[in-house]
Design a protein around this ligand. Structure first.
Ligand code: MG
Ligand code: ZN
Length: 225
């Protein structure tokens, strides 16, 4: 029985990877950089997306895909920023997959985009297993969650291309030890970039903008075949 279950899971992930490759090739054709943003609920994914739109909108054509179990609360906030947005609700689901992204891409004006921000479902477990066809994975960890998240969710943090520690303005009130956090990350992903940011005060957020702009510059300079 156990072996059978394992096989099913591998089939699901195998089919997902094939679809993710197709999504990535499609995005590459339009030179769109896609970023998969993951975290637990409430870590600040939507706030980061709104700040990013505010900053980059004058120079960058951005669209957003919002994944949520229910509601359009986040999508409505992002929609007010005046960028194309696709809401994906997954009742009873806990992650986005490549199929959902393919459907969303069908409804986005791909020829008019530079950057696609994908807000995954708030969950530190299975989103890490599903390639969406994105180019980079970004993990947020907020200071109120504590500094032990990399130890507790090693797969998620091992997959990250960059880690943002969010809500750094709350540091004085939180028992968050950066040393512990850095040690946890170093065990699973020693080379990953870590930015300390606050969307509220704007502290550290320029590093994130610079990183994003560099991703887009790289993709224009070295277009994938
Ligand atoms: Mg959100
Ligand atoms: Zn899931």
């Amino acid at each position: 029985m156990e072996i059978k279950l394992l096989t099913i899971k591998e089939d699901i992930l195998g089919a997902n990877e094939a679809k993710a490759r197709m999504n990535r090739e499609r995005l590459n054709k339009y030179s769109i950089v896609a970023i998969n943003i993951m975290s637990s609920p409430g870590a600040g994914k939507t706030s980061l997306i709104i700040q990013t739109i505010n900053k980059l909108k004058p120079t960058t054509r951005i669209a957003v895909i919002e994944g949520d179990v229910a509601s359009q609360v986040d999508a409505e906030k992002v929609h007010q920023q005046g960028v194309p947005i696709i809401q994906i609700n997954i009742p009873g689901g806990c992650h986005l997959d490549a199929n959902m992204i393919e459907n969303a891409l069908n409804d986005l004006p791909l020829e008019d985009l530079d950057l696609l921000l994908i807000e995954n479902v708030g969950n530190l477990i299975c989103p890490a297993e599903f390639d969406l066809g994105e180019h980079k994975k970004v993990i947020l960890a907020s200071t109120p969650e504590g500094d032990d998240k990399p130890d507790k969710y090693p797969l998620m943090f091992s997959e990250a291309d960059v880690v943002l520690v969010t809500k750094c303005d709350l540091m004085p009130y939180m028992d968050f030890q950066f040393d512990n956090f850095f040690r946890g990350i170093a065990r699973v992903n020693p080379a990953v970039g870590i930015f300390q940011v606050s969307c509220k005060t704007g502290e550290g957020i320029e590093q994130w903008f610079d990183w994003l702009l560099n991703q887009m510059k790289d993709s224009k300079a070295h277009p994938p075949p």
